[in-house]
Design a binder for this molecule. Structure first.
Ligand code: IDP
Length: 141
């Protein structure tokens, strides 16, 4: 077991559905602690930079448009195996494939509007947390 941090984003669709608290409760019940948080309406540049790894993919423009369509809730989560644990809570990228009881199964409407983002590896988690939070904005506990 390893104490990890991961970057989570509650996407515009889930913020609009008013389920931020329900999603936070799932993190907390799973033993993940919110150690940094901010609500933000991403600029196009910020969304493009965050998803730069997908810039050549056919869905890139739609993804960026969606991510700037409304405010998002961004948090760093800390806990044992936080990266995998958060991915398990999220469920599969396409909500049609997401296991019952996962965030995407319960709150996502489509592969485009799929409620949450979560880092997929330790290296990306560190980069993604630093993309949104200064070191002084993270509160390990
Ligand atoms: P993840 O969010 O489950 O880690 P990624 O493969 O990293 O999935 O893709 C990032 C985001 O891009 C997804 O959450 C989804 O919103 C969008 N996306 C991924 N694949 C597709 C696709 O085939 N069509 C449309 N959107 C996609």
């Amino acid at each position: 077991m390893a104490l990890e941090r991961t970057l989570s984003i509650i996407k515009p669709d889930a913020v609009a559905k008013n389920v931020v608290g329900e999603i936070y409760a799932r993190f907390e019940k799973a033993g993940l602690k919110v150690v940094a948080a901010k609500m933000k309406h991403l600029s196009r540049k910020e969304a493009e930079g965050f998803y730069a790894v997908h810039s050549e993919r056919p869905f890139f423009n739609a993804l960026v448009e969606f991510m700037i369509s409304g405010p998002v809730m961004i948090q760093a989560l800390q806990g044992e195996n936080a990266i995998l644990k958060n991915r398990e809570l999220m469920g599969a990228t396409n909500p049609k494939d997401a296991a019952p009881g996962t965030i995407r199964a319960d709150f996502a409407d489509s592969i485009d509007a799929n409620a949450v983002h979560g880092s997929d590896a330790a290296e990306t988690a560190a980069v993604e947390i630093a993309y949104f939070f200064a070191a002084t904005e993270v509160f390990p506990r």
